[in-house]
Design a binder for this molecule. Structure first.
Ligand code: F6R
Length: 594
């Protein structure tokens, strides 16, 4: 059951896996196995040894401290093998704690920040006063830790699992004949019918009889497990990423559904604690996010600025200057697919600390960020399994645009024009996906046989689509890609262009088109090969070496039609380069460390 759970969490990305189990006859040391590679490697190595286990914990590791090796993989065990633990997160004072445990006579057998915890627990259990139990020892160890964690520990003779949460997700599930704990609800589908969300600071002993806490602690209530498990099944597509790119007509339609008034004039994105009138009065709106979600946030901010008079700014969550941009009359919105990204979570905590109201736009229902903010809107893209985000990017922009329209004070006519086209978007994207000619394969061939490409765009919409294009291609093809706003080329990056350098130019029909033409000419006259992404059919197309024609739509909606070719290009270049595009190296789907 635990191995099956790990398999359901595989999409998160990891580099090693491990398993530990206690059997009815209470063998010691506790049976453990760990390996670099995939869960399937662990299954092979375990070779049926764990069948019939009574209590078991498993782990997939994404290396932070120490290389990707078998001995750094979790679980980590005490010297006598009677205690074993798994941990997500980072123990920030691990150096200090490791010198403490060395002085106590323990020696470390891994380079991880995790291993200190098991030795501290071992020491605590061996030295604690009479009358104290395993949970007391565990809580005492937890009180010495600094950083973030989701920890599960087992000990010979203990009929349960010790668990602790601070800053990394951990949820408890209950089924007919099991009680389980996991960093995500995915493994619970099919095994548990109820779920209880742990809060930061919770330390419990999980037993067959239920959750046991120390005297004054509050035990979370179980609630019905919502949602259904969607198997990561690419169907007729060779990879999940390609399937998810093709899911976009459906996911966009789900994002819009029920959020546009029946007369097609107004957008009504509800779920926010503040009413549209209250939001219109805030001093500023901050968006905090990372990676693809950050680029989507830049586009959303541009919508807010264009459609309202509210000051809006997007920030890379790990660089959020909360002190200078948060006060009680501000709103800070976290934008996240997983709803678990630690950097985004921390930025929201900081925003709250400095008095800002907080909200979120998340895809995963019941995720930590959506629960922390307690208000906001879901993205409704459905589960995204490929590590590189595709359908969630366009859903973030769609929901962000609905948000901007909901609070906007532009004329009804202007609003209606945008909403009319927005409603057509699923069909526009669908026909674009179906009608793709051979331009993507020609561009793929050019990119795989040339210097690294440069992505250019102009204006707050296209220059961020260009950035997303470069990120996507880097992630899944391992080609170092650059993205610059067209106007910035001449201030430095143009030095990189030589005969045959591919330049991917995003040039929708909008007010920046003639400036984009100048940027393209500057590149072309220095020998660049232009891969032009445009809906325009005018003279600009003559500048293209390879023309990727998109469907035509309202200028505000250009990021949607332009996202499709940049995602497809990244995908095909990645495949051509032999990369496992659904699980590129070094990356995780949920980044729960800082
Ligand atoms: C890129 C990608 C990442 C994520 C980033 C934030 O394809 O997937 O850049 O966008 O790690 O993740 P979430 O949206 O889960 O907060």
């Amino acid at each position: 059951m635990v191995l099956e759970g790990l398999r359901k969490l595989e999409y998160r990305g990891y580099d090693s896996a491990g398993l530990a189990a206690i059997f009815s006859e209470n063998k010691d040391p506790i049976e453990t196995e760990r390996t670099t590679g995939f869960v399937s490697d662990l299954v092979l190595k375990a070779n049926g040894r764990f069948d019939g286990a009574k209590i078991s914990i498993g782990h997939t590791r994404w290396a932070t401290h120490g290389g990707v090796t078998d001995y750094n993989a979790h679980p980590h065990s005490s010297e006598d093998g009677k205690i074993t633990i798994v941990h997500n997160g980072i123990i920030e004072n691990s150096m200090e704690l490791s010198s403490k445990i060395s002085k106590l006579g323990f020696s470390l057998s891994s380079e991880t920040d995790t291993e200190v915890i098991v030795h501290l627990l071992d020491y605590e259990l061996k030295t604690q006063a009479d009358g104290k139990n395993h949970l007391d020892a565990f809580c005492s160890v937890i009180s010495q830790l600094e950083g973030s964690w989701a920890i599960a520990a087992m000990a010979t003779g203990l009929d349960g699992i010790l668990i602790s949460r601070k800053g990394a997700p951990l949820v408890i599930g209950r089924g007919q004949d099991n009680i389980s704990v996991s960093s995500d609800v995915q493994p619970f589908y099919g095994a548990c019918s109820e779920v209880a969300y742990m809060k930061d600071g919770d330390n419990f002993l999980l037993t067959r009889e239920g959750i046991i806490s120390q005297l004054d602690a509050v035990i979370p209530e179980f609630e019905i497990l919502q949602g259904v498990y969607d198997e990561a099944d690419p169907g007729n597509f060779p990879h999940m990423m390609l399937k998810e790119i093709h899911d976009q007509p459906t996911s966009l339609s789900n994002a819009l559904s029920g959020r546009i008034s029946s007369d097609g004039i107004n957008a009504q994105l509800s779920g926010f604690e503040l009413s549209p009138e209250q939001i219109r009065k805030v001093e500023r709106i901050n968006l905090v996010a990372c990676g693809t979600a950050y680029y989507a946030s830049e586009i959303i901010c541009s919508y807010i600025r264009r459609l309202t008079n509210i000051r809006a700014e997007a920030f890379i969550a790990s660089e959020f200057p909360a002190k200078s941009v948060c006060s009680p009359n501000t709103l800070t919105i976290g934008v996240s697919q997983s709803g678990e990204t630690k950097d985004t979570l921390d930025a929201l905590f900081l925003a709250k600390k400095f008095g800002s109201k907080i909200s979120s736009l998340c895809n995963v229902i019941g995720s930590t960020i959506s629960r922390l903010t307690g208000n906001g809107a879901y993205l409704h893209a459905g589960p995204e399994f490929a590590v590189a985000s595709s359908k969630v990017f366009t859903n973030m922009i769609a929901v962000g645009l609905l948000f901007a329209l909901t609070i906007s004070d532009i004329s009804q006519k202007e609003k209606k024009n945008i909403i009319k086209e927005l409603r057509k978007l699923p069909n526009i994207i669908s026909s674009q996906l179906m009608d793709m000619d051979d331009s993507i394969s020609l561009a793929t061939e050019l990119i795989t046989n040339s210097e690294p490409p440069i992505f250019i765009g102009r204006g707050a919409l296209s220059s961020y689509v260009a950035k997303e294009g470069a990120l996507k291609m880097m992630e899944i093809s391992y080609i170092p890609c650059l993205s610059v706003p067209g106007g910035e080329l001449k201030h430095g990056p143009i030095a990189l262009i030589s005969e045959g350098s591919p330049v991917i130019a995003i040039a929708p029909t909008d007010s920046n088109l003639s400036l984009m033409e100048s940027s393209i000419r500057e590149c072309k006259s220095r020998g660049a090969k232009i891969i032009l992404i445009t809906d325009n059919e005018g003279p600009v197309t003559e500048l293209a070496d390879i023309l990727i024609q998109t469907n035509n739509t309202h200028p505000e909606l250009s990021p949607f039609v332009n996202a499709i070719p940049i995602q497809l290009l990244a995908y095909y270049v990645g495949v051509e380069n032999g990369v496992n595009v659904d699980r590129p190296r070094n990356l995780a789907k949920s980044v729960t460390v800082v």
